[in-house]
Design a binder for this molecule. Structure first.
Ligand code: FCB
Length: 459
């Protein structure tokens, strides 16, 4: 038995980041189509119009999944491909696309996990108020019902919403993500409406099939104070409220953290919870998905520089860092997992995302030798083993991402894939990290990856 025995090995993607074909197959526009059309919202004006071309040609991606030996693949279903507008009509072409992928996965013995909301709100819903309006909850529950009924024979594991923190606070406060709003009360409302929607969707999915396994994916950060001074400790508490507890505690406990009203203001909070029964957010789950990227050192700063949390500054982190300045801190990963385990000891944890953004490139030999990502995989899998050894119930690990894709405001420059995407041709090829992940999977599960296929195997 290795230290990682029992973990299911996976990798993840999301619809808008890989599919392209944004006006094909009956798909309707989303907030990301609208946002990326605005000048200055993404690096070099990149949009998801092309992405990895996975709508037109998913074969290479499916082959990559098989080559790696993955047991499970996390993908997202584009709401905009399934429901065509306010009348709720479903789109057979969109459904057929996901059925085709799910059938191939089944034929190849790969268990899918479907995310229902990975940030691609249909634009017609945004125009009616988006995540500030409880009518969006009703529309989402309808979408979840259609997806579950049409695809539920091929997918049993569901994630309601992905990173509601980012969709709320980057979408509605920093404005770095779609829909690009910059208003704190709106951001808090968007956070609570998404959490409310999650609770409603869990109940709706269970009503379709009580055997479904259902969770959500929260991004949690590991935060440390710059000093032990009371102001820094208080700054840390504010950052932890907004980035972690508002989501984690509310989902697990069905009540808002005590300091929520003091931070946002009583009036803002009462506006944000209007029409929402917070206790119903904590619907029992089959797993909790954790996306782990960030470790930050927090200092109090009167004229704070953070784009989301008031009165704080995040200090620059030392090497090693990702290309976009994110700390490589596997110990932070262990801490976050143990924090969740302490809060909900019985609830299985799925690491639904973990990865590193780099400025990857092909060398003269035509290969991408991403040594930092190779080291990252080894370091973070050791950190995962440490969390397990200390009692965390880790059931699955999904590396973000299967292949380079449209990285939101960073466009195509920042790459996260195990496979290198050559955007002009749409070809994907394994990086050194893909080899490494495959070898690690083979070590854990020799039944999944044949050792003798490792060398020189074509993807
Ligand atoms: C997460 C997102 C995912 C991807 C990674 C790098 O915040 O869920 O879509 O962009 O970051």
């Amino acid at each position: 038995m290795t230290k990682l025995a029992g973990v299911r090995w996976g990798s993840a993607t999301a619809a808008y980041q890989i599919e392209g074909a944004v006006t094909d197959g009956g798909r309707v526009a989303t907030i990301w189509d609208e946002f990326t059309a605005r000048p200055g919202t993404t690096t070099r004006g990149d949009t998801g119009a092309q992405a990895c071309g996975a709508y037109d040609d998913p074969e290479a991606m499916l082959d990559a999944i098989e080559w790696l030996g993955l047991e499970t693949y996390r993908f997202s279903i584009a709401w905009s491909r399934i429901i065509t507008g306010p009348d709720g009509r479903s789109n057979p072409e969109g459904i057929a696309y996901y059925r085709r992928i799910l059938q191939v996965l089944r034929d190849r013995g790969v268990t899918p996990t479907a995310t229902l909301y990975h940030w691609d709100l249909p634009q017609w819903l945004q125009e009616r108020g988006g995540w500030t309006d409880l009518a969006t909850t009703d529309a989402f529950v309808h979408f979840a019902n259609v997806a579950a009924r049409e695809l539920g024979d091929l997918v049993n594991d569901w994630i309601t919403v992905n990173e509601p923190f980012c969709a709320a606070f980057h979408g509605h406060l920093s404005g770095l993500h779609a829909p690009g709003i910059q208003d704190e009360p709106t951001a808090l409302r968007a956070a609570l409406v998404q959490l409310h929607t999650h609770g409603e969707a869990v109940r709706a999915l269970r009503a379709v099939n009580p055997d479904f396994r259902i969770g959500l994916a929260l991004n949690l950060s590991d935060l440390a104070p710059a000093t032990e001074h009371p102001e820094d400790l208080e700054a840390l508490r504010r950052a932890d409220l907004v980035e972690n507890r508002l989501f984690l505690h509310t989902v697990l406990q069905g009540r808002l953290p005590e300091d929520t009203a003091a931070y946002f203001g009583v009036d803002v909070l009462s506006g944000a919870v209007e029409g929402i029964d917070v206790s119903r957010i904590a619907e029992p789950l089959d797993f909790i998905g954790i996306n782990y990227y960030e470790h930050n050192v927090i200092r109090a700063a009167e004229a704070g520089t953070d784009v989301i949390v008031r009165g704080i500054e995040k200090l620059p982190v030392p090497e090693p860092r990702s290309a976009n300045g994110v700390a490589v801190r596997p110990d932070g990963f262990t801490r976050v997992l143990l924090r969740v385990a302490a809060l909900a000891p019985e609830l299985p944890i799925w690491v639904t995302e973990n990865g590193i953004g780099l400025w990857d490139y092909l060398g003269p030999d035509g290969m991408c030798n991403d040594v930092e990502r190779v080291a990252f995989i080894d370091g973070y899998l050791d950190a995962l083993a440490d969390a397990i050894a200390s009692g965390a119930r880790i059931e699955s690990y999904y590396f973000w991402a299967l292949m380079d894709n449209f990285e939101w405001a960073h466009g195509y420059q920042l790459r996260y894939g195990l496979f290198y995407t050559d955007y002009p041709t749409g070809r994907i090829m394994p990086k050194a990290s893909a080899d490494r992940y495959r070898v690690r999977i083979a070590e854990e599960r020799p039944d999944l990856v044949e050792i003798d296929r490792r060398d020189g195997a074509a993807a």
